[in-house]
Write a protein that binds this ligand. Structure first.
Ligand code: ZN
Ligand code: ZN
Length: 406
């Protein structure tokens, strides 16, 4: 009988021993009775989400965990942003992440235009009715100065550089083609940025900001060029009736959207440490009534680790543990919990260290691991998984993979 699946991804789950925590990792140090119970009744292992020695990005790691080889499907961040904002993409479209910035006398003085707020979408109007040589433009704002730009049409390339100088006090960089096929895209993008900056320059919104002694949004920085590719549909591949994503951050919603999952927006799901974890679990249970698959994402542990806050990371893992109970013990549901990568607090960045994984369902073939941690999971029955094998392993336990041979 086919089972339903909940895949919980705890962002930045893995860590390294921390002297101040008695040489334990945050996961070892955290009081996590529910995760430990699941580990003892379930089956554990380690997960290398990209490849040995490679620190994963959250974007590539999620693709991999959903079964898409990032080497084949990852073209850059832009398409995640676009998909997360609900911009329809066709293969060949090119998506960028954008910033409004402030330029004075040819120098970028603020890459974020004073973290400008454009709640009434006044700035976004400058992207209306833009078309260059048959290439149609879509723009959607996200938060503060950030947004996403998509060029729709044929003959485009993502092999171009960014105009973001990265460091303030420099002029915007010149966008350059990285191969011969990219010349057209560079020309269109340059014309587009010129036109947008001309329109920004005469916008009442900016005139008001200057009058109020605030930084105007008079420049557009584009980065993360990536071309849309055809993602085989996740639900079709595993014969799922419905697959949904419950996450706060746009990147994760984007990754799920690219895979063809539907995004459930949960009130209080912020993608930060203050996220309403309980509401997300409740929404997951509700989704599971109709859907065969739920991807539930918790972000806060990664945020804390990037800040080097091992106490905060430990506490966030305890908070996750305290809300998991409703996900456990459901008949015919396979529960899988893993991370997308390790984010050691001591490094304040992602590392190549594998991340633990546990899978639990009633009557699963459990192993001798009885706590959930980096060191205990090493001796678990799943052994050592590669990221792209993760979903197949889980789906196999849910009786959703096809027999190979007679
Ligand atoms: Zn991550
Ligand atoms: Zn991170």
């Amino acid at each position: 009988m086919k089972k339903k699946v909940i895949l919980v991804i705890i962002d930045g789950l893995g860590d390294l021993p921390i002297p101040e925590l008695d040489h334990k990792t945050p996961l070892e140090s955290a009081n996590t009775p529910m995760l430990d119970m699941l580990a003892s009744k379930g089956i554990c292992g380690m997960n290398t989400t990209i490849a040995p020695g490679i620190p994963p990005g959250s974007d590539t790691a999620h693709l991999s965990l959903f079964g898409y080889d990032p080497k084949k499907y990852y073209t850059g961040r832009g398409i995640f942003e676009a998909a997360g904002l609900g911009i329809p993409l066709k293969p060949g479209d090119i998506a960028f992440r954008t910033n409004y910035a402030t330029v004075k006398n040819g120098i970028v003085v603020d890459r974020r235009a004073g973290r400008i707020n454009d709640d009434d979408n006044e700035l976004a109007k400058v992207f209306t009715d833009l078309e260059f040589d048959g290439i149609i433009i879509t723009y959607k704002p996200s938060v503060e100065h950030r947004g996403c730009l998509v060029l729709h049409g044929n003959g485009l390339s993502d092999k171009i550089t960014s105009n973001d100088p990265k460091i303030e006090g420099n002029p915007p960089a010149t966008i350059q083609a990285l191969d011969n096929d990219a010349d057209k895209t560079v020309q269109i993008l340059s014309k587009l940025i010129n036109e947008v900056e001309t329109r920004l320059g005469i916008l009442d919104f900016n005139k008001r900001r200057v009058a109020e002694d605030k930084l105007p949004a008079n420049a557009l920085l584009v980065r993360g060029a990536s071309s849309a590719v055809n993602f085989p549909n996740f639900q079709k591949k595993y014969g799922l009736k419905g697959a949904s994503c419950i996450a706060g951050g746009a990147l994760y919603k984007g990754a799920a959207t690219l895979a063809g999952m539907s995004v459930i927006n949960v009130q209080g799901a912020t993608g930060r440490v203050d996220s309403d974890l309980k509401a997300k679990v409740t929404a997951s249970i509700q989704s599971l009534e109709n859907d065969d698959f739920v991807f539930l994402h918790f972000k806060g542990a990664d945020n804390e680790a990037h800040d080097g806050n091992f106490i905060g990371k430990t506490q966030f893992l305890e908070r996750i543990d305290s809300v998991l109970e409703p996900l456990t013990g459901m008949e015919n549901v396979v529960l899988a919990i893993t991370g997308d990568h390790s984010t050691p607090c001591s490094l304040r960045d992602h590392s190549a260290d594998p991340t633990p994984i546990l899978i639990y369902f009633p009557n699963c073939r459990n192993d001798k691991v009885d706590t959930f941690s980096e060191r205990s999971a090493i001796s678990g029955g799943l052994g050592h998984l590669r990221g792209t094998d993760t979903i197949n392993t889980i789906m196999g336990m849910a009786n959703r993979t096809k027999k190979f041979g007679a």
